[in-house]
Write a protein that binds this ligand. Structure first.
Ligand code: ZN
Length: 211
């Protein structure tokens, strides 16, 4: 199970998350200094873990993926010229256009979404909620990751603002209320069941997983 924040951070740091949740964590890190620091610590752990292991135990592709992460995945250095400058760097290239030029689908009054074609590990959507709009109460068939890109919302568990990430699963039944003035724009990944790691070397990380 990868429904815990720390597990997601560690799996991301090791380069083992599928593309959809990986994009959410990368965007979260770009917007949120605290998360960036925690993920940085996990990258150091993943790196040190590989250093300690005998070379034969460490598959080259896993080592490669971690090293690549360490080299390339510093969100501040991501520069993407295309897309909407209001979006965090890791997300900008995937969206590729200004927010108002996207094909939004109207779901309910004040609620629109736009599915982003990112394969692997769940369905990725931008969800825009106008201030004062009602979001229906819902539960979740699997993991739902919600990253706030603009505005804020709150539910029984707290208030979520710019760069905050909420993880929800089938145990949470909630009715998010958007900021009455600003509403909110969120990046959402929904996945049926737990997210599974993509690498063949998940066992390497098992010692660090809290399950
Ligand atoms: Zn939800």
């Amino acid at each position: 199970m990868l429904n815990e924040r720390d597990d997601l951070y560690l799996a991301y740091a090791a380069g083992l998350l599928p593309p959809a949740p990986s994009l959410v964590i990368a965007s979260h890190a770009a917007l949120n200094g605290e998360a960036r620091k925690e993920i940085g610590d996990y990258e150091a752990i993943a790196g040190a873990l590989l250093e300690e292991m005998a070379p034969s135990e460490v598959a080259e592709d896993l080592r490669g993926s971690v090293m690549q992460k360490l080299d390339l995945d510093t969100p501040e250095t991501v520069t993407v010229s295309e897309g909407d400058p209001r979006l965090p760097g890791p997300l900008r290239g995937y969206v590729g256009a200004r927010l108002e030029d996207l094909r939004w689908r109207r779901l309910l009054p004040g609620l629109r979404d736009c599915v982003l074609p990112i394969g692997g590990g769940g369905i990725v959507r931008l969800l825009s909620v106008r201030g004062g709009a009602k979001v229906p109460a819902h539960t979740h068939p699997g993991l739902e990751m919600t990253l706030v890109l603009r505005g804020s919302y709150s539910d029984d568990t707290g208030c979520y603002g710019l760069g905050d990430l909420q993880l929800a699963d089938d145990e949470l039944d909630h009715s998010p209320v958007p900021d009455p003035e600003a509403g909110c724009l969120c990046l959402l990944v929904t996945h049926r069941g737990p997210i599974r790691l993509t690498g063949r070397y998940m066992r390497v990380l098992n010692a660090f997983m809290r399950h």
